[in-house]
Design a protein around this ligand. Structure first.
Ligand code: URA
Length: 269
């Protein structure tokens, strides 16, 4: 049996960052049989104390149902609603908000990161914490602004507890939605931020140091063309390793040159 201090440390590590009720809820105590039988479905996560972690579930059915649901969506609004209603990814049980996307879908450049962090989970928008702020400052130097000309999302839509990496199964379950997301935005150029996004969307296994800075092509059966895609370091990595900004800057210049070649940016804008 865990003592209170250990239990609290565990909850914090799993991502709990606020106490919502006046009194603590002992989730380890089994409900009396009558109460269990009469109990209504669990209340929505936002109004309850931090949710218990749901048991791992078979990923294959969830992945298949994600694909069917995603393919039925024909607009970004439909896709957003479908992702918000989707209960097949266990990450949702511990998240406060679904983090779908931010920026301008008509902006021609789509960035894909790894997973929402604590700030993103709180605000329901991707890349709004310190790493997102660094990214915005870097992109401003190549003429890209969220409000004007780029769109940004992640490979999973819910914060992994304690900011751990999303597992392969969580990533696979969200992937059909992410692929449909790309198809519906139909950007001129894709940019993967960090190894998790680059690997999930290219199916390659090399590390980010090898994958970054090289033009690849992202294809889907439903789009009639290949989308040029480049990977670069994740901005959170750049905060830890500022020396790597040199390479990241080269990648952003390559992105800018590609946009000019494709007629989507001027050399000065
Ligand atoms: N890191 C990510 O990969 N995505 C976010 O939205 C925030 C931080």
């Amino acid at each position: 049996m865990m003592d209170d201090r250990t239990a609290l440390a565990w909850l914090i590590a799993m991502g709990a960052d606020e106490a919502v009720l006046d009194d603590p809820v002992d989730r380890f105590r089994a409900p009396p049989p009558a109460a269990a039988a009469a109990s209504a479905p669990a209340p929505a996560r936002r109004d309850s104390a931090p949710a218990a972690i749901a048991p791992p579930q078979a990923s294959r059915p969830a992945e298949l149902s994600a694909r069917e649901i995603a393919l039925r969506c024909t607009t970004l609004d439909e896709l957003r609603a479908a992702v918000m209603a989707f209960d097949g990814c266990t990450l949702k049980a511990t998240a406060t908000n679904t983090v779908f996307a931010d920026g301008t879908p008509a902006g021609r450049v789509m960035f894909i990161g790894e997973a929402p962090g604590a700030d993103e989970d709180r605000l329901g928008k991707p890349f709004v914490g310190v790493s997102g702020q660094l990214l915005d400052r870097m992109l401003a130097h190549i003429g890209l602004e969220r409000a004007r000309n780029f769109y940004i999302t992640n490979t999973v839509f819910w914060r992994p507890p304690g900011n751990r990496l999303p597992t392969a199964s969580e990533t696979a379950i969200c992937l059909p939605f992410v692929e449909r997301h790309i198809e519906l935005v139909d950007p001129l150029v894709l940019c993967f931020l960090g190894a998790a996004a680059a690997k999930a969307l290219t199916g390659r296994s090399e590390g980010i140091t090898r994958l970054r800075g090289r033009w690849m092509e992202w294809r889907s059966e439903r789009l009639g063309r290949a989308i040029p895609a480049i990977a670069t370091f994740h901005p959170a990595y750049l905060l830890r390793q500022p020396i790597a900004k040199r390479e990241a800057w080269r990648d952003l210049v390559a992105l800018k040159v590609k946009l000019i070649e494709l007629g989507a940016a001027s050399a000065t804008g």
